[in-house]
Write a protein that binds this ligand. Structure first.
Ligand code: FES
Length: 147
């Protein structure tokens, strides 16, 4: 008595095994490449606000780096108690910029671009545009940054 199914031959078994192996290999190699390509394209879910719990305790004269969506950002608490926040992505070639309190500037080390620490305007160097400014609201123990 037969059920109509062909018996699995050794060759068929090897083919199925190779197919599974090829699929697993493609997934193992392809997924990290896909993730890397997406990260490089800068595509991410749009973000309009980020709450930074306890950031109101940031000492005056210092800064906090964080991610605003997929973009690095810097929250600056100035000596006079005022706040500023900018995307920390240089407008020249996209390097990450850093607040330098000792030099009272925002600096890009890639090509020595200098930005004003209060306005994000270009002070010197090759950057063609100011840093993108983000709004800052301090409330109830947290700082809320918005686009
Ligand atoms: S990438 Fe910042 S100055 Fe060139």
């Amino acid at each position: 008595m037969t059920d109509g199914a062909e018996p699995l031959t050794r060759r068929g078994f090897v083919r199925i095994g190779l197919g599974l192996f090829a699929g697993a290999y493609a997934a193992a190699v392809g997924y990290p490449v896909y993730r890397y390509a997406n990260a490089q394209s800068g595509e991410s879910a749009p973000v309009s606000k980020v709450a930074l719990p306890d950031a109101d305790a940031l000492p005056a004269g210092s800064a906090l780096m964080f991610m605003f969506g997929g973009v690095p950002a810097t929250l600056i608490h100035h000596d006079d108690g005022t706040w500023a926040c900018f995307e920390a992505k240089c407008t020249h070639r996209g390097c990450e910029v850093r607040f330098e309190p000792e030099n009272r500037r925002i600096f890009c080390g890639c090509h020595e671009g200098v930005y004003d620490m209060r306005t994000g305007e270009v002070v010197s160097g090759p950057p063609p545009r100011p840093l993108k400014s983000l709004s800052v609201e301090v409330r109830d123990g947290e700082v809320v940054v918005g686009a």
